[in-house]
Write a protein that binds this ligand. Sequence first.
Ligand SMILES: Nc1nc2c(ncn2[C@@H]2O[C@H](COP(=O)(O)OP(=O)(O)OP(=O)(O)O)[C@@H](O)[C@H]2O)c(=O)[nH]1
Ligand SMILES: [Mg+2]
Length: 697
Amino acid sequence: MKEFNSESIRNIAFIGHGGSGKTSFSEVLLHTAGEINRIGSISEGTTTSDYSPNEIEKQISITLSALHLEWNNTKVNIIDTPGFADFSGEVKGALKIADTAVLVIKAVEGVEVGSEITYGFAEERDIPTAIIINKIDNEYSKFSEVFESAKERISPSAVVVTFPAKEGINANTIIDVVKMKAYQYGAAGSKTVTEIDIPADLLPDAEEYRTQLTEKVAELNEDLMNKYFEEGALSEEELKNGLKASILNKNIVPVFAVSSLKGIGGNNFLDFVVDYFPSPKDVGAVEAVYKDKDGKVGVQPNPTGEPVIFVFKTISEQHVGELSLFKVYSGNVASGLDLVNQNNGKTERLSQLSILNGRNRKDITKVYAGDIAAVVKLKDTHTNNTLTSKNLPVIIPPVIYPGPIISGAIIAKAKGDEDKIATGLHTLHEEDLTFSVKFDPEIAQTIISGQGELQLSLAIKRLKDRYGVEVDLEEPKVPMRETIKGTCASAEYKHKKQSGGRGQFGHVVFKVEPVQRGKGFEFANAIVGGVVPGRFVPAIEKGVVETMAKGVLAGYPVVDVKVTLFFGSFHPVDSDDMSFKIAASQGFKKGFLDAKPVLLEPIYEVVITVPEENMGDVMGDISSRRGKILGMDAQGKYQVIKANIPLAELYKYSSTLRSLTQGRGNHSKKFAFYDEVPKEVETKIVEEYKKLREEGL
Ligand SMILES: Nc1nc2c(ncn2[C@@H]2O[C@H](COP(=O)(O)OP(=O)(O)OP(=O)(O)O)[C@@H](O)[C@H]2O)c(=O)[nH]1
Ligand SMILES: [Mg+2]
């Protein structure tokens, strides 16, 4: 492939609701530009972008794919992203390095939840956007209605660039209102496109759309606006320059009619991308921060500047190892170059550079500012890291990935697989930063967390396919606590054993009482007259502490109690530390059980954002989870509900919320406090614990 400078590069990301046709249209574009000879299909699992076994099996995109093609001497990099909500981290990663976000919506269903959510991500990034209305070949396609609703729900700046001459199964022609011509597409895969005059009956529509476009362009500045009002038109040149500038400053969101199935619209879209979408040069400097000092710096896409690259994705493939996908923000990089990873200070040598089209990899020697490429086997570089030359130690601000909303405990099916599981989970995290792993020592379980059930179940599947280890995903144990509400004035235990030789003897009497919630543990020695010699007291305290850690009621740590040792006795020969420890343990258990013991469970403060119309259902569901509403706040069309909900009732809550709100609701949670478990729940837990103990588990 040729070398491209930052003017002749376009970086676009396809985003949108699941199944809108992002991958299919990417495939059409690759074919249109001659990168592939045959248009692959989703149902046969033959697309360039969805090549991983899971993507083929599920027929959805799971990870972002970097694709590229050449059109009119311009390199167009396409990042195809998944629409399924579990993989929104991929969308965020793609949008970080894209210069234009292209939202794909369906000509039948129109704007969907995923359209709004992913477009919201693009707006957060504040980058130029465009809209593709795909599937105009569908018999229920309704382009103009969908366009109007996109104007209302996505952006009032949406203007039509191409629209279908005819929709439905016979669709084959689109009208381009910038070129003011019609384009007849041959059968899918034929690559024949014929330019014709706009049919007379469609001319009024074409003119109307062109007027809307011209009016929007005229808004660019006062001169254009005056000219347009005085003359009723803009020159061809003014329109073209104004259109490009309006897209760059986000005043125009161009809309295209497309059928990926029939291969309609690819040429017109690519022509437009090259002519009007911003290049990295048009975008200009990107803000970075200095590594060692305060202040910001603009990194210019200057091909001869100091090299600055940013890793936006890590892919791990068997036999290849880790592949880092990066964008060059400044300078140029060639294989063999040494750069410093500014996030950890390590020096990395860029060995083999390549550009990707799905699983196909083309080796290249040099990449210039603005472009996207991949490098294999960096030692200690991760997604979100910035690598630069020594002379320019800067860091490009990382992508802020969404925090976890679902967690599960990993249970190995076979003993001895722990290392493989740990390696596998670590790799999965490297590939997808929204997937995280941690060992929770309190419940002694490995917990994986992420964005949804599908993401977690695919992680389990990859562990099996790739590392050959089988695990189950279970509800994580809830880290409960035990405490008391009453006081036991006197709990006595005498440990005495006489079995030939030296015996054992320890005798303690405790007062066991509650202390304020959160205070922890207090131990007091109130022995008078040396009835228990001071040298045994540490062992006694230890006996209590160890028993507290193991729990009395149901195996959970005991908290917030005060134990006072006030009486006991000893034997001059038989007493030792061990005897007193045993006596203390048993004495404490007796006192604890006698002092109105209760189980405490963690309560989380949950903040839930839901559309108004789902309020009733969501509130009902909160009370069925033993939740208490703390307050509500309107936020546009949404309501923000704050509630305290026991952790034990929150497993897979994100899935419930998704189904209650058709995917519109979201939530975040954080630990708030411990509270008493209701008696009926406690009885169940205590019974289960007893059963397990009896079974010797
Ligand atoms: N009729 C028709 N079907 C299409 C068209 N484009 C895509 N499809 C079908 O729609 C389904 C989804 O297409 P994809 O390309 O996987 O959509 P996507 O947006 O990449 O989906 P995710 O990656 O899962 O978000 C597939 O069955 C395609 O064959 C089209 O233009 N017309
Ligand atoms: Mg896809």
